[in-house]
Write a protein that binds this ligand. Sequence first.
Ligand code: ZN
Length: 140
Amino acid sequence: MKCPNCGYENPEGANNCAQCGAPLAPAAGQQFQQSQAQQTQQSQPQQPHYTQAAFDPNTIPEEYKPISMWGYFGYELLFSIPIVGFILLIVFSVGGTRNNNLKNFARSYFCFLIIAVVIAIIIIAAGAGAGIAESFSNMR
Ligand SMILES: [Zn+2]
């Protein structure tokens, strides 16, 4: 079976092209030709095309695996554990996970935490400053 995208000769019955990963099923192939026509000028056979078939959870590479709503919720709970959560946050932020979604989520959570800590410090410092000023005025 010839690949509609790159022309690579694939064994009969294959679902995806061994060369470029394009779906080979008749219905999906038609859909694929449509998207291919839109970018004939910059057609690069090696580049993966993200058609409907590419979003099949079983074919998505680990790097781009989506995280479900409860997945994010679970990680949020995990990150809010004192000390342990913070360590995990740093580990995921610096690349302790292959998943880009989790990495970016950890980084955004980390930034959020830094801002929250800075604001908390400002509020505490302002409160302490006011307290010191008050105790000075009471001494007189
Ligand atoms: Zn192909």
